[in-house]
Design a protein around this ligand. Structure first.
Ligand code: SIN
Length: 301
């Protein structure tokens, strides 16, 4: 019998009693989805997964996306991308070294942003004191929306914003994250417009969908007002007391909800401290904005 134990922080939970290496039952899938939509990020500890097993487990949640950077895909398993600082014999990175070094939600620059991401920890870096490094931090964007003052809810309901991968790259350069990525193609540079307040496609919760990394411009506002509102909303989402910090263990399979949350990878390690993970992402749908009457009725939580 699987159980769900909340982390005790503002979000996050551990699910015990599910072995991700064997076919996931319908009841197991329902339990994980329920926990995920409630807690936004869940961990299954002590998993022993070959790529085919991770793919089979993750595919139970929807169709899996192929990452655009083909050189970092797990050989023979195009549904998995390596997130890693490990180098090959030629000294080249085998995976995304710099993934997620700014608060973001995966695929916000896509027409249909990734719904869930699933990261499996194969090697985790440790400090001299034995403590694991390279945490991933999370926030709950439904709680962020729910805790906004009523006037702000009314102001932002119905607004839309331009999001782009180009903005993410520019922000990473600014923050001096090591960009081991080829230049963007014309198609990848194209921005997409998404609602500022999104309805979660499964839970129906209203979620703030703005980040400093990907959101370029709120449409219909003057540039200065748009920048100020993006910064205010993005900072509201990631307040310290709203965070869960995931301290990794080898064998963790971490699953997060990209509509209901944002995350940040902490780069506090370097070779010879090795970090190797395999990530799958589940395709999403075109975001739907909150209906105007919601903001009129929703009180600050
Ligand atoms: C990501 O943003 O998908 C990477 C997270 C991590 O490496 O901790």
């Amino acid at each position: 019998m699987a159980t769900v134990t909340p982390s005790g922080a503002a979000l996050g939970a551990e699910i015990r009693g599910i072995d991700a290496s064997v076919p996931l039952s319908d009841a197991g899938l329902a339990l994980v989805l329920q926990a995920l939509h409630t807690h936004k990020v869940v961990v299954l500890r002590d998993q022993l997964l070959q790529p085919v097993q991770q793919i089979a487990f993750c595919a139970r949640f929807g169709s899996l996306e192929e990452h655009v950077l083909a050189q970092f895909l797990v050989p023979g398993h195009r549904e998995l991308v390596r997130v890693s600082n490990v180098l090959d014999e030629a000294g080249k990175p085998i995976g995304l070294v710099d993934a997620g070094r700014l608060w973001h939600s995966d695929g916000a620059f896509l027409d249909k942003p990734n719904l869930y991401s699933m990261l499996y920890a194969i090697e985790i870096p440790h400090g001299a004191d034995g403590r694991s490094l390279g945490e991933t931090w999370f926030v709950d964007t439904a709680k962020a929306y729910g805790s906004l003052p009523r006037a702000m809810k009314q102001r932002i309901t119905g607004l839309t914003a331009l999001n782009s991968l180009e903005a993410v790259y520019a922000a990473m350069h600014k923050d001096k994250a090591a960009l081991n990525r080829p230049p963007l193609t014309e198609a990848q540079r194209r921005g997409v417009v998404h609602p500022v307040v999104r309805v979660h496609p499964h839970s129906g919760q209203l979620c703030l969908y703005v980040s400093r990394a990907a959101t370029v411009r709120i449409l219909g506002l003057a540039e200065e007002d748009s920048r100020a509102l993006i910064d205010e909303l993005a900072d509201w989402c990631v307040r310290d007391e709203m965070q869960y910090h995931h301290r990794w263990r080898e064998g963790d399979l971490l699953i997060w909800d990209n509509c209901g949350g944002q995350h940040l990878a902490i780069g506090d390690y370097a070779l010879p401290q090795r970090r190797l993970m395999h990530r799958a992402t589940v395709a999403g749908i075109e975001p739907v904005g909150a209906p105007a009457h919601e903001s009129a009725t929703a009180d600050a939580a």
